[in-house]
Design a protein around this ligand. Structure first.
Ligand code: SF4
Ligand code: SF4
Length: 317
């Protein structure tokens, strides 16, 4: 039993279990136009892993069987997948609310000129990475010119009604620029609003703060700086029992680019499929076997329970 499991078993009898499948998160591939230093998936322009159409068809069936309330598309940069538009259109036609996690800069790539209109026409909710309102911090984490391009993309989305009209949500994502926890989400949201509106006249719906998980490229970076153990200790000593009931793995299921099922995107990055007897591929998906599954955990899970907690939907408490 790992140290997270031991701690949680004192709160949850029989270990951590999911409660329902409200959200299906599908990872459409690991290819990305960026190569950020904090990327838990180690995505980059060189990666070739990509979800095939045949797997997307299975995800469509899974979404229907699970009666989920949201299909959340992520990557890499999900828009790069050649079947992206067809998949989104099929989900929309079946009546599934769809959310896309966009890195913003991909919207300025050749061939993406009409993507904001496509998003709006399919009533897509957007979650967009902008890890700081300051250029220096964004470029240090995500690369040269990323800030400038991200602001241009947000401007364009604002023009389409994103972040201003009801039903067209544009949530921005902050993550810390180093081995520390996020500041309080609501206070930081106020800072983002003031700074982004004051400097560029741009707006957004909500700010989500997400902790850097001690995995992938971020963990390698910590190792290079000899800060790995300090960060793991910080996460562990910041354990907040109130976050346990809200953990995203309790109401979400992740599908990898090859159809493998995971409790979350972080377990996906670590190659830890669902286990404890539950089916681990979309082809054998049965909601009754997965709704109340026992969750696969590890020391990285302390990243979700530290301080105010963290999830793909931001702080937990
Ligand atoms: S963090 Fe997001 S934008 Fe950056 S490389 Fe990873 S998937 Fe791409
Ligand atoms: S890392 Fe995944 S499995 Fe672990 S607590 Fe967070 S969401 Fe749950």
């Amino acid at each position: 039993m790992n140290s997270f499991e031991r701690l949680v078993s004192g709160i949850e009898d029989g270990g951590l279990h999911s409660l329902k499948i409200e959200t299906i998160q599908a990872n459409l591939g690991l290819r990305c136009n960026q190569q950020c230093v904090h990327c838990h998936l180690e995505a980059s322009p060189e990666r070739r892993e990509m979800m095939e159409w045949s797997t997307m068809r299975q995800v469509l069936e899974v979404a229907a069987k699970a009666c989920c309330q949201l299909v959340d598309l992520t990557g890499g940069a999900p828009e790069i997948n050649p079947h992206f538009r067809r998949f989104v259109a099929a989900l929309h036609e079946k009546g599934h609310p769809v959310q896309v996690r966009t890195n913003l800069t991909v919207l300025l790539e050749p061939g993406m000129e009409e993507m904001p209109e496509f998003f709006r026409d399919h009533q897509i909710q957007l979650v967009a990475s902008l890890p700081c309102y300051l250029e220096e911090n964004v470029c240090a984490q995500r690369g040269e010119q990323v800030y400038e391009k991200s602001i241009a993309a947000i401007r364009r989305l604002n023009e389409m009604g994103y972040g201003t009209e009801e039903g067209l949500s544009l949530n921005l994502v902050y993550n810390p620029g180093g081995p520390f926890l996020s500041p309080p989400q609501l206070a930081l949201e106020g800072d983002y609003r003031r700074e982004l509106n004051g400097r560029f006249g741009i707006t957004f719906t909500r700010l989500l703060t997400i902790t850097n998980m001690p995995i992938g490229r971020f963990r390698s970076e910590l190792g290079r700086k000899n800060l790995e153990q300090d960060y793991l200790d910080l996460l562990q000593k910041s354990f907040n029992p109130q976050t346990v009931g809200e953990l995203m793995c309790r109401h979400q299921l992740s599908v990898g680019w090859d159809g493998t099922l995971y409790d979350c995107d972080f377990n996906l990055a670590l190659g830890l499929p669902v286990n404890h007897g539950a089916p681990d591929h979309v082809r054998s998906f049965r909601p009754e076997d997965l709704r109340k599954r026992r969750i696969v955990t590890g020391e990285h899970c302390f990243g979700c329970t530290a301080g105010s907690g963290s999830s793909c939907g931001g702080a937990l408490v």
